[in-house]
Design a protein around this ligand. Structure first.
Ligand SMILES: Cc1ncc(COP(=O)(O)O)c(C=O)c1O
Length: 375
């Protein structure tokens, strides 16, 4: 009964969502703060006053939402909490929206990466990329990270000498949390010989860097964003990418060959309300960054290695960076779970020494720090 294809699928494994007890959930890089009051009010108004819109199909192109996203990016300078303005104006025809950035990424894999040459990516990056590679039959070439867990720009550029289909990387990277600078991203784009370079900026709002200014110069750049992290919207499923209009149009062609209406009417409406209230989310984001920095310092002062994070999570290990850890990642994960904290542990020879901890509220992180000291 099953197709031959399905036997070869290895699906993505998300952070656990257990129902057996209440946990402090720090395992999926969700935002600890709820959507803003203005957004909640806007959702209530939509349900009360525009209920008819729910019985009709939504706008397949999410036009109002795209306009709201473009406005947010132009007003904010591309990422929350940056002081710089973008050197050009983002327009709605440069934006493509989907049901979470995972779906946008899936369309990108289909539209830009071929099966006859490898897609280049860092050895450790968002673990959904290899799943899509397998799903679409795109071979992968993984480039090892440097010993300090940073992405090896020079090794990537050297790999461009052989035929390749494109390049994808999260920046800041996941699960390390470490970001490449704008200059490093540009050096990759300069050498990519016109192949698609996809920069997944799911966590860029927690840093001060975005590749957006490079879009003016490089037509092969595609930047992926999500509403799930800094914008407290993971439950509504909304992601988008910013690219040259021709690239955005190619993604619309893929969407219309798969699911005409990936973003429902309520999500389109609420997403636009989130964009209009971006300054509230900028405050929450700044608070999470302060909590991250103080929690990281506290762990470092008690003998933990904390990779330098530009995100809302940290990758940590008990002991020095190159030492055998005093507690394995699995042990830390299991012990914290018995104390009611869920963190993420990635099995594997290099990652197995670490756990990844999402930054919650200051109160949650204080409780976690007290518990970790007792381990
Ligand atoms: C790097 C990265 N990209 C994309 C996503 C997917 O986000 P979503 O599908 O919720 O927009 C995640 C989720 O954790 C992520 O870590």
């Amino acid at each position: 009964m099953l197709s031959q294809r399905i036997a070869h699928l290895h699906p993505y494994i998300p952070g656990e969502q257990p129902c057996d007890r209440e946990y402090i959930k720090l395992n999926a890089n969700e935002n600890p703060y709820p959507p803003s009051e203005k957004v909640l009010q806007s959702i209530k108004n939509f349900i009360e006053k525009s209920s008819m819109k729910m019985s009709l199909y939504p706008d397949p192109e999410s036009l109002e939402l795209k306009r709201a996203i473009a406005r947010m990016l132009n007003e904010s300078g591309g990422v929350l909490n940056t002081c710089e303005k973008l050197p050009f104006k983002i327009t709605e025809d440069m934006i493509f929206c989907g049901n979470g950035s995972d779906e946008v990424l899936s369309f990108i894999f289909y539209a830009f990466f071929d099966s006859d040459k490898p897609l280049l990516l860092p050895e450790y990056t968002y673990s959904f990329y290899p799943v899509y590679g397998e799903y679409y039959g795109i071979p992968l070439k993984k480039i090892p990270l440097k010993p300090d867990w940073t992405v090896d720009t020079q090794a990537i550029i050297s790999a461009f000498k052989n035929p390749f289909s494109g390049f994808i990387c999260a920046n800041p990277n996941a699960p390390t949390g470490i970001a490449l600078s704008l200059a490093e991203l540009e050096s990759i784009l300069q050498q990519a010989r016109g192949r698609a370079v996809v920069i997944d900026e799911a966590y860029a709002d927690f840093s001060h860097t975005t590749a957006l200014p490079l879009l003016e110069k490089y037509e092969n750049l595609i930047i992926v964003r999500t509403f799930s992290k800094a914008l407290s919207f993971a439950g509504m499923r909304l992601g988008y990418c910013i690219a040259r209009p021709e690239a955005a149009a190619a993604l619309t062609k893929v969407k219309n060959s798969f699911n005409h209406f990936p973003v429902d009417a309520l999500t389109q409406h609420a997403g636009a309300a989130v964009c209009a209230d971006w300054k509230t989310y900028a405050e929450n984001t700044a608070l999470i960054v302060r909590t991250r920095n103080s929690f990281s310092e506290e762990l470092r002062s008690t003998g933990w290695t904390v990779l330098p994070s530009s995100t809302n999570f940290i990758m940590v290990k008990k002991g020095g960076l190159t030492e055998k850890p005093a507690l394995s990642g699995k042990t830390v994960y299991e012990k914290l779970k018995t104390h009611g904290f869920l963190v993420r542990y990635f099995d594997g020879p290099a990652t197995g020494d670490f756990v990844r901890i999402t930054i919650g509220t200051a109160a949650q992180m204080k409780m976690l720090a007290d518990t970790i000291k007792k381990l």
